[in-house]
Design a binder for this molecule. Structure first.
Ligand code: CP
Ligand code: NVA
Length: 309
C-alpha cells in the first residue's frame, strides 16, 4: 500500500518497514537542513492544525516543517473554529478538506480524530489524543537510532503513567524490535488494546514487552530510561490523588537511573515537571538527550508530512 494519503492516527496504520521509511526520510531531511538545503517537497501545500489543548513542540515543529518544505500551516484553535459553537467534527472535516492538503489535530477524545479521518479525504495526523501520541514516538525512535546506532535489541524502560505517550511507545518499540519494560502503578496501566498490539508486533520483531509495577526491576540494564508527566493535560483535577500514587516511587532520580546500563540515556517527551517525574539532576545530566529528542520532532514531522501529503 502507498504511504501517500494515509492517516497517521495510532501508527498501527503502518508496517515497521514503512516506519523505517519515514525515519530514513527524516534523517535525510535533517542532514540536508544542516547544510542549509531545503527541498520544496510540499510547495503550495497547506496543513490545517486544530488544537483543543496547548502545545509548544507540536505546534512549532509542524508549522516550521511545512514552511521548510515550501508549504504553509494554519493554526486553528478548536474553540475559535465553529467547532466550539457546535458545528460537527464531520462537517468541519469535509470543509477543511476542500481547502487544505492535510489536517493535524490535537484532541481530548481519540474518536474525534477517527471522525475527522472518516470525513476528510486528505490525510489526518494525530498531534496527541487521550489515547496516544504517535508523532512523538517517531522523534523518539530517530533519537534512539542516532544515539545508539540501532534500534533492534535495545531495552527501553518507561517509568510512570501508562498514558498516551506510554501507549505509543509500547507499540512503536515493539514494532521496531526495541524491548520495552513499563513500570507503572497497578491502577495506571497502559491501554489494553495497545498492550495487545505491542504483543502481536513483538512476535514479528522478536522484541519483549513487560508491564510491571517495580521501577528498579524494570530499569535494570536499560539502554534508555523514559518518563512522562504524572498529570497529563485535562487531568488537573486528579493532581492530588496522582501525586500520592506516583511520587516518589515513579520518579526518575539519579538513584533509579543507576539501575540502568552504564551508558543509558534519559528521554522525556516534554514538557517536564521538574522535581515530579524526574529530578533536575537527571534531566540536566550528561546522559539526558531531551533537547535532541525535542529537535527531532521537527525532522520526523518533515519526514512524515513529505511522504503522506
Ligand atoms: N511533546 C509534545 O508533544 O509537546 P507539546 O505538548 O509542547 O506539543
Ligand atoms: N502525557 C502528556 C504528553 C504531553 C506531550 C499529556 O497528554 O499531557
Amino acid at each position: 500500500m502507498k504511504i501517500r494519503g494515509r492517516d497517521f492516527l495510532t501508527m498501527r496504520e503502518y508496517s515497521s518497514k514503512e516506519i523505517w521509511q519515514i525515519l530514513k526520510a527524516s534523517k535525510q531531511l535533517k542532514k540536508e537542513a544542516s547544510t542549509g538545503r531545503f527541498r520544496p517537497l510540499l510547495k503550495n501545500k497547506s496543513l490545517a492544525m486544530i488544537f483543543q489543548k496547548p502545545s509548544t513542540r507540536t505546534r512549532v515543529s509542524f508549522e516550521v516543517a511545512m514552511r521548510q518544505l515550501g508549504g504553509s500551516a494554519l493554526y486553528l484553535s478548536w474553540n475559535e473554529l465553529q467547532l466550539g459553537r457546535g458545528e460537527t467534527v464531520a462537517d468541519t472535516a469535509q470543509v477543511l478538506a476542500r481547502y487544505v492538503d492535510g489536517i493535524m489535530a490535537r484532541v481530548f477524545t481519540h474518536s474525534d480524530l477517527e471522525e475527522l479521518a472518516r470525513n476528510a479525504d486528505v490525510p489526518v495526523v494525530n498531534g496527541l489524543s487521550d489515547l496516544c501520541h504517535p508523532v512523538q514516538i517517531l522523534a523518539d525512535l530517530l533519537t534512539i537510532w542516532e544515539k545508539k546506532g540501532e534500534l533492534k535489541g535495545l531495552k527501553l524502560t518507561y517509568v510512570g503513567d501508562g498514558n498516551n505517550v506510554c501507549n505509543s511507545l509500547l507499540l512503536g518499540c515493539a514494532m521496531m524490535g526495541v524491548n520495552i519494560s513499563v513500570a507503572c502503578p497497578e491502577r495506571y496501566k497502559p491501554d489494553e488494546r495497545f498492550i495487545g498490539w505491542a504483543e502481536e508486533e513483538s512476535k514479528l520483531s522478536r522484541a519483549t514487552v513487560e508491564i510491571t509495577s517495580e521501577p528498579e526491576q524494570a530499569a535494570r540494564k536499560a539502554d534508555i530510561v523514559y518518563t512522562d508527566v504524572v498529570v497529563s493535560m485535562g487531568q488537573e483535577a486528579e493532581r492530588a490523588e496522582r501525586e500520592k500514587v506516583f511520587l516518589p516511587k515513579y520518579r526518575v532520580s539519579e538513584d533509579l537511573f543507576k539501575s540502568a546500563s552504564k551508558d543509558a540515556i534519559f528521554m522525556h517527551d516534554l514538557p517536564a515537571h521538574r522535581g515530579e517525574e524526574v529530578t533536575n539532576e537527571v534531566i540536566d545530566g550528561p546522559r539526558s538527550v531531551v533537547w535532541d529528542q525535542a529537535e527531532n520532532r521537527l525532522h520526523t514531522t518533515k519526514g512524515l508530512l513529505s511522504l503522506i501529503i
